[in-house]
Design a protein around this ligand. Structure first.
Ligand code: ADP
Ligand code: NA
Length: 331
């Protein structure tokens, strides 16, 4: 029997992924890849919806792929590829653009937020059409499950609407309707310096972001300086103790221990000890990943070969869907 098809991706928009991407996405992907037929993409075509330096984009794309692998995505059982290597993404996106309402696309809250920040002239049509490209990504692989953060839920709903519309107009069995698998609330990681906003590549406090590829001493320093509170108690309380709660979440996920267990260990011991122990937990998780990434980046020819093989595998599935679509619309 076939395993359910799963699709997810991340943009190559920074030199390193961060603890939020690792805990909120990669760890989940790693867990899901054995029970699913998984496709994991580095979505460079999404990244160019805002201006990119070409050499930096190429480098970030390789680094992102290397981090997927180093974090445990197995490129021989999962299909781990770079989006632009599979032309069918752009081709299906164009077709889907023609059945997407202008108003419908304009209602996407992520577009509204981003375009408002950039201003109308700096906002590209590509940014406007971003969710349609994402729909193409998902539908090309007849995806059943899409692990996403809740900020992407609206885009998966649009994907379902477009699939339903296409199926109704051109043939009921063209696309599988995908289901979002919304990331667990416990997998949400916050900025260490600003623990009520989510850790993000575009965060405004550099010391608040734990990069997967930070040197161990930098990781430790950021954790020791993380914002907490004045009551001195290692206790989980998201509302009143967001800083400590965030650190407890990271500790718990990476050590596999319950929050209660960790609270008990550090009862009456103050934040210094707690942070020191957390730094050890994070470094021992991230350091082997960093070392493996550096190894992979040391042989870019081999990494590129691996990505090419995986892009071929992705293309086979994507081309089959695209051929059906082209046939049904009269191409
Ligand atoms: P960023 O906000 O850093 O640019 P993306 O929006 O590109 O991250 O998200 C890539 C993946 O990482 C998504 O699956 C998203 O849900 C997850 N993710 C991003 N930030 C966090 C976070 N702070 N906590 C948990 N998961 C996160
Ligand atoms: Na983002």
């Amino acid at each position: 029997t076939q395993k359910p098809r799963l699709y997810s991706g991340m943009q190559p928009s920074a030199d390193s992924l961060h603890a939020g991407n690792y805990i909120g996405a990669l760890l989940q992907w790693k867990e899901l890849q054995s029970t699913h037929d998984a496709f994991f993409s580095v979505v460079d075509m999404h990244a160019i919806t805002v201006a990119q330096d070409p050499a930096e984009l190429r480098e970030k794309t390789r680094r992102t792929a290397a981090q997927y692998i180093a974090a445990g995505i197995d490129p021989s059982s999962s299909t781990l590829y770079v989006q632009s290597h599979v032309p069918a993404h752009a081709e299906l996106a164009w077709v889907l653009n023609t059945i997407t309402g202008f108003g419908e696309a304009g209602r996407m809250t992520q577009f509204k937020d981003k375009s408002q920040k950039q201003g109308a002239d700096a906002t590209s049509v590509g940014l406007f059409a971003y969710p349609v490209l994402m729909a193409a990504d998902i539908l090309l692989y007849q995806t059943e499950i899409v692990p996403v953060g809740d900020d992407q839920k609206q885009h998966v709903e649009l994907t379902r609407d477009l699939a339903t519309r296409f199926n109704a107009r051109f043939g009921a069995d063209t696309f599988v309707l995908p289901e979002p698998a919304i990331q667990r609330e416990t997998a949400r990681i916050y900025d260490l310096q600003n623990p009520t906003s989510k850790m993000s590549k575009s965060g405004e406090t550099p010391a608040g972001i734990l990069w997967l590829l930070d040197e161990p001493s930098v990781t430790a320093k950021k954790i020791m300086r993380a914002v907490t509170d004045t009551d001195g108690e290692v206790r989980f309380d998201r509302e009143h103790k967001p800083g400590v709660s965030n650190l407890l979440t990271i500790f718990s996920v990476l050590s596999g221990r319950t929050i209660t267990d960790i609270e008990q260990e550090f009862a009456g011991r103050g934040y210094g000890d707690f942070k020191k122990a957390l730094a050890e937990v994070v470094v021992s998780e991230f350091e082997p990943i960093r070392a493996r990434v550096l190894e992979l980046l040391d042989d870019t020819a081999e990494l590129d070969r691996l990505l090419a093989v995986n892009a071929d595998r992705a293309s086979e599935v994507a081309e089959a869907t695209l051929a059906t679509v082209y046939d049904r619309i009269g191409f």
